[in-house]
Unconditional design. Structure first.
Length: 727
């Protein structure tokens, strides 16, 4: 029998699970001040956007309810993700997952996670067990919520969320394309802006959180509020992860952006007599064997024997047919879950900075604002302590024959770039280098190791961010929202005038007509903007034809307004002519509205998009998949978006475009797409009164503390014996 639960709607509390209720009525549960709920239970209040607001009497019950609510909203996705994180998806999901399983197993993800589980601080091993228990209990209470063909993945155990973190954070965000045959997702990005009181019309600090991630798989966000005796945190967690990554509390808020970070090295090995050459000598690989069970389309299982190798550099994988060893940071950072819960407990910048300096998260920039009016930027992560060269030295594949390239340690937080309360009154990051985190620039790359980050100019989206904020000396909440929604192309300001002038002077009527379209264009990617598809098509073809060398070089004396010249204007006109012909063939006119070409297609809806490619300097970024009919479908970019102001009460608006459920039959799958298409945000309900006003469903849930079936590292006997046999 699986773990016992108490799961009832408050309106039917006395009518269901009578025996459990009667047994518990003989004791008076302890009440926790300020929450009004038993330390033995949690109340989950679901608002009209499908956001669960968890009110828990203890940290353990908060984890339990967190797992329960994630399984309610994303059950199918979580089971698939956890199967992949175990490196055992092919036995459940089929042979399409063999390569993914091989990568996870070669990189030893399950072993890393098991080590992390053994090293959890304090009670966090028990909390992870409660998180897994909440997921399992939800499925036991709602067996029809999960397709039968996924139930073989059950039960979830306490190590599963750690395996998932290892796969997502270490193998994707840190390792990136170290194994490019497997990891082919689009680039990752984000925008973040913190406004100090000196630059705010209200005298309050503000924060814009705007991560750009794909809208699928392990990049999907789950929006939630968690309140326990020590935490009141609203934000989002990556699906299946037991902590919030972007957070709003009554005291502070933070968000992350993907930083210019190099936490992985690849080494080309020279094989020698069954081993590899290192420092002039043959070295033997550390090897072991395992067997993968693979489900075929007809349901039969076959076995695939796998030989794993590890060199002094790290695990060995095949990349483009070559033997490549991978060395990455973060393997020893077992307590990332605890760090993030502690960050959500912080009350001010001093305590927050102390906690984030543990560097349990081996990646990401952090941009922060708080109720005291302080703002903060930290280019965090576990940077390798490489002993030679500069940033460029360590890009690409390193020689694997010399041990001098094998680094041993990582840099501490004191030598990483950070910025506290700059005189400029703002901080921004749009995945640019830390040196351009405010303007005029306040950080100098020469003050840091050349290995920390490259000394490069701000890219087009970062230029747009810096221009919008630096040119507005007093910013209101509404103006920050307008910045968030901005679709102006920075590249249009840099190159459009020259292109138009050349086209107008052309002898070709088609180019002169294109010049008229572009001159009348508002330089935005609004739904009705005519000219945007023409200019964006021109930019894309220029990049494809000339690479990054079609424009003049960046000018350090004009950091926000250069480059601004086209090297080969005649080549640029030829490309423009090609794009006109393409648009006329697919859309009958080169002046087609942007929203007719770029579409949002999800949950049975087909809506116009106004987001655009960030490579072209659009702050409101989106990533698209080209379709055969000449349109493009949005597949990522703006994901969770929030604007926060620390007034007497925290003011917050946000949006999760694809909705807070990935289940196709959920009313919250895609329920915010119309708002997103229109460029709007919705209210975020943080206070209990606002939550109650907009509540649509309530439930009480409680973990079964007497259960022992989910102790750290265990599954039921069937699964446990299987794992022992494989490893």
């Amino acid at each position: 029998m699986w773990l016992k639960i108490l799961h009832v709607h408050v309106f039917a509390l006395m009518m269901s699970l009578t025996s459990v209720a009667a047994a518990s009525s003989t004791q008076q549960p302890q009440r926790v001040s300020g929450i009004g709920i038993s330390s033995e239970a949690s109340e989950i209040v679901w608002d009209k956007w499908g956001v669960p607001h968890i009110y828990a009497g203890s940290r353990k019950e908060a984890f339990y309810a967190f797992g329960w609510s994630q399984m309610h909203a994303h059950g199918e996705l979580i089971l698939k993700l956890y199967a992949q994180s175990r490196g055992r998806a092919s036995v459940h999901l089929g042979e399409d997952y063999i390569e993914s399983d091989l990568y996870v197993q070669h990189m030893r993800g399950p072993e890393i996670a098991q080590d992390w589980l053994r090293r959890q601080d304090g009670e966090y091993g028990d909390y992870l067990a409660a998180f897994a228990q909440g997921m399992n209990d939800y499925i036991e209470a709602h067996p029809s919520a999960i397709p039968e063909d996924l139930k073989s993945i059950l039960p979830i155990e306490s190590v599963d969320p750690l395996m998932h973190i290892v796969r997502v954070i270490l193998f994707k965000f840190v390792a990136g394309d170290a194994y490019s045959d497997i990891i082919k997702e689009m680039g990752l990005g984000s925008n973040a802006i913190a406004i100090a009181p000196s630059r705010s019309t209200s005298g309050n600090a503000m924060l814009l959180a705007n991560p750009h991630l794909p809208w699928s798989g392990y990049f999907k966000w789950f929006e939630v509020q968690i309140t326990d005796p020590n935490v009141d945190a609203y934000g989002v967690a990556l699906v299946g992860v037991p902590f919030l990554s972007v957070v709003i509390t009554p005291d502070l808020a933070w968000t992350h952006t993907v930083n210019m970070f190099d936490g992985v090295d690849r080494y080309a090995l020279e094989l020698l007599e069954g081993g590899y050459l290192l420092d002039g000598k043959r070295q033997a690989f550390k090897t072991d064997q395992l067997t993968l069970d693979v489900k075929l389309p007809d349901g039969r299982l076959i076995q695939k024997n796998v030989s794993r190798r590890q060199s002094a550099h790290g695990p060995v994988v095949k990349n483009d047919g070559k033997d490549i060893a991978v060395r990455l940071v973060g393997l020893g950072q077992a307590n990332v879950v605890k760090q993030y819960w502690d960050m959500a407990q912080a009350k001010d910048l001093a305590s927050f900075e102390s906690i984030i300096s543990r560097l349990q998260m081996p990646f990401f920039n952090t941009v922060y604002a708080d109720a005291n009016g302080e703002i903060f930027f930290f280019s965090g992560g576990r940077q390798p302590d490489r002993k030679m060269g500069d940033w460029a030295t360590w890009q690409g594949v390193m020689p694997g024959t010399d041990s001098k390239f094998i680094w041993k340690n990582t840099l501490g937080p004191d030598v990483l770039p950070k910025l506290r309360n700059p005189r400029t009154g703002f901080i921004q990051n749009s995945n640019d280098a830390p040196w351009t985190s405010t303007y005029p620039f306040a950080l100098e790359s020469s003050d840091y190791s050349p290995l920390v980050a490259p000394s490069i100019p701000p890219h087009y989206r970062a230029q747009r961010s810096l221009i919008m904020v630096s040119q507005d000396s007093q910013i209101s909440f509404e103006e920050l929202d307008a910045i968030r929604a901005d679709t102006h192309l920075q590249t249009a300001d840099l190159f459009l005038d020259e292109l138009i002038s050349a086209a107008e002077a052309s002898q070709e009527a088609k180019l002169r007509e294109a010049a008229k379209i572009l001159r009348n264009w508002n330089r935005r990617t609004d739904v009705y903007s005519r000219g945007a598809p023409l200019f964006i098509g021109w930019l894309a073809r220029m990049n494809a034809k000339f690479g990054g060398d079609w424009a003049e070089d960046w000018d350090p004396s004009a950091p926000l307004t250069s480059p601004n010249r086209i090297k080969d204007i005649n080549g640029g006109l030829a490309v423009l002519n090609e794009v006109v012909e393409q648009l006329e063939a697919t859309h009958r006119t080169a002046s087609v509205p942007y929203g007719d070409v770029f579409r949002i297609r999800l949950a049975g809806k087909d809506l116009p998009a106004s987001v655009g490619y960030d490579d072209f300097g659009i702050f409101r970024a989106g990533y698209f998949r080209p379709e055969k009919d000449g349109t493009s479908t949005l597949v990522g970019g703006n994901s969770f978006v929030a604007i926060v102001e620390f007034d007497e009460k925290v003011k917050a608006k946000g949006i999760l475009p694809y909705g807070n459920s990935s289940l196709a039959n959920s009313m919250h799958f895609g329920d915010q797409l119309e708002l997103f298409s229109a460029g709007q945000l919705r209210d975020i309900y943080r206070t209990r009164s606002a939550v109650d006003e907009h509540a649509v469903r309530r439930e009480n849930v409680r973990s079964a503390s007497q259960s022992t079936s989910l102790k750290a590292g265990s599954r039921n006997q069937k699964f446990k014996s299987k794992i022992e046999a494989d490893f």
